[in-house]
Ligand binder design. Structure first.
Ligand code: PAF
Length: 279
């Protein structure tokens, strides 16, 4: 496994690959867990080589405190990457990526950026778009793998790739869960013991909401979830929304031709957890 911190060196290595070598790319912010590894394993199966980036991107954090506290574990990450036979790791510094100009490009994601996460995390998606576009320019992958836990991010990246004619196939990957249902996330490591115990309630509620959505109208389901969360004093609901998968528009009237998803964001103490389920 080769590890690069400089843009020029990783680009040189990628340029030196035999013509036609297919590259699968998994962008990460490190603090790797089994969910990341599942993306890498899939990328391994579908490509000749796999590149993983580790970069805690400052421009996608709306709160400085969240950026500072974001878990970092580069040595453990590199061991995990070796164990799944990752070929190339790109782990640049902020200076290498942004020089002295740590700011985002302003994107138009056709309105996707104003929904859900966009309402609560100012500038977040401009930061994500900026770094993902930049990493795609550096690595020039054939395919890039993203987990559906960040479903809005996935749709935003698909939109960016389409509108900017970026020649990368975006591959969505199913949410990887702990045995008790909690969606895997680097943030889970920061949960207190008590919050970790109650966190599976989020997915349990999503699964019941899915059942209810089959027989009730969307507004009833939304109210039901809001009430369920009130029963859990250790969890604080930020939003629960049922939206069309493609446009992320909040559902108005159920249409059997549309695909819907339910999205949730919850605070477990100071840790913000998100999850979603296809309905
Ligand atoms: O999902 C993430 O870990 C990040 O948002 C990404 C895609 C690596 C961009 O920094």
């Amino acid at each position: 496994m080769l590890v690069f911190a400089k843009i020029k060196s990783v680009q040189q290595k990628i340029k030196s690959l035999k013509k036609g070598t297919s590259i699968g790319f998994v962008p990460t912010m490190g603090a790797l867990h089994k969910g990341h590894l599942s993306l890498i394993e899939r990328a391994k199966k579908e490509n000749d080589i796999v590149v993983v980036s580790i970069f805690v991107n400052p421009t996608q954090f709306d709160k400085q405190e969240d950026l500072i506290n974001y878990p970092k574990s580069i040595d453990a990450d590199l061991s995990l990457l070796k164990s799944v036979y990752c070929d190339i790791v790109f782990a640049p510094s902020s200076k290498e990526v942004y020089a002295d100009d740590v700011k985002s490009e302003n994107f138009n994601f056709d309105g996707l950026e104003f929904k859900m996460e966009g309402k609560f995390r100012d500038g977040h998606f401009n930061g994500v778009g900026t770094i993902v576009k930049r990493l795609f320019e550096i690595v020039k992958p054939n395919k890039a793998y993203f987990g559906e836990k960040d479903f809005q991010q996935l749709q935003i990246i698909r939109n960016m790739v389409k509108n900017h004619n970026v020649p990368v196939k975006i591959v969505p990957c199913e949410i990887y869960r702990e045995n008790d249902g909690l969606a895997m996330s680097s943030r889970n490591a920061r949960l207190t013991e008590d919050h970790r115990k109650v966190a599976p309630f989020i997915y349990k509620t999503l699964k019941l909401a899915k059942l209810k959505f089959g027989i009730e109208n969307a507004l009833n389901v939304v109210h039901w979830v809001e009430n369920e969360l009130k029963k859990q004093p250790l969890l604080e609901l930020e939003y629960f929304e049922i939206a069309e998968e493609e446009t992320l528009q909040t559902i108005k009237n159920k249409n059997s031709k549309q695909k819907y998803r339910a999205f949730i964001a919850v605070f477990a103490g100071k840790i913000r957890l998100i999850d979603n389920i296809s309905l």
